[in-house]
Design a protein. Sequence first.
Length: 309
Amino acid sequence: MALLSTIVPCYNEEENILPYYEEFMKNRSFFEKNGLSYELIYVDDGSKDGTLQAIKKLIATDPNVHVLSFSRNFGKEAAMYAGMQMARGDYVCIMDCDLQDPPSLLPELYGYLQQDYDMAATRRATRKGEPPLRSWFAHRFYNLINKYSETEIVDGARDYRLMKRQVVDAILSLTEYNRFSKGIFSWVGFRVKWVDYDNVERAHGKTKWSFWGLFSYAMDGIVAFSSAPLKAASILGFLFCLLAFAMIIFTIVRRLIFGDPTSGWPSLVCIILLVSGVQMLCLGAIGQYLEKTYLEVKNRPIYIIKEKI
């Protein structure tokens, strides 16, 4: 029998553990019909509630349920990477346990993998129920990164996807510390089938993503898959050098022809503030890349396991 490994990252999802499992197990007849066995790998990302205890209760009743528990919160990217390292399946699926990724889509995703696709990935057709401001910024992020990056990242793409073993092995070969999986999934290539579905509200609890958390995540994606900020800093520096030389020549010519001394300290202050602001902006862009390089060369582990069952 082929093995389907499903990776479920969890952070403070105590209320969703059992509902997700019950929804996932509605696919049991589909597994049997297609000769599939399954393993369900929960990755507890340093939860502070009863998430781990809820998973252990499931393990006591179903030997196909496993758990990796981190020593602290390392983030969803680390949880997905750890789950893929543990997964033994011929097919590997990633989905959230808050039921925003409907397990009922699994048969459809599996069907596409039987049609010579290497990966079946999901994307939200709408963002209904999401705050309008967040939706607007999300669209702008995808427009921006696709304009300046060679790696296409589909607007509305979810981490929810089903992959063949070859794809998973390719992803695991990328051992970078600063991970942006949406970009990695696209960068490795392979033949992908996109499946649209309407946005689904969380079953229980509140999202762990704040606006600034998403903004930081978006910045990580831009830095990871585009060098546009560095190029923009170089172009701005070059333009301001041209402007400075032009202003020097203008000042000298005006002094020689009109005998008018340079005056107007308010305009001078404004120019200094403008140039200083551009310099700080450019240094900030360079600093983002230096920060990522600094974290990479430390060669720290992506995650630390406290408990494995």
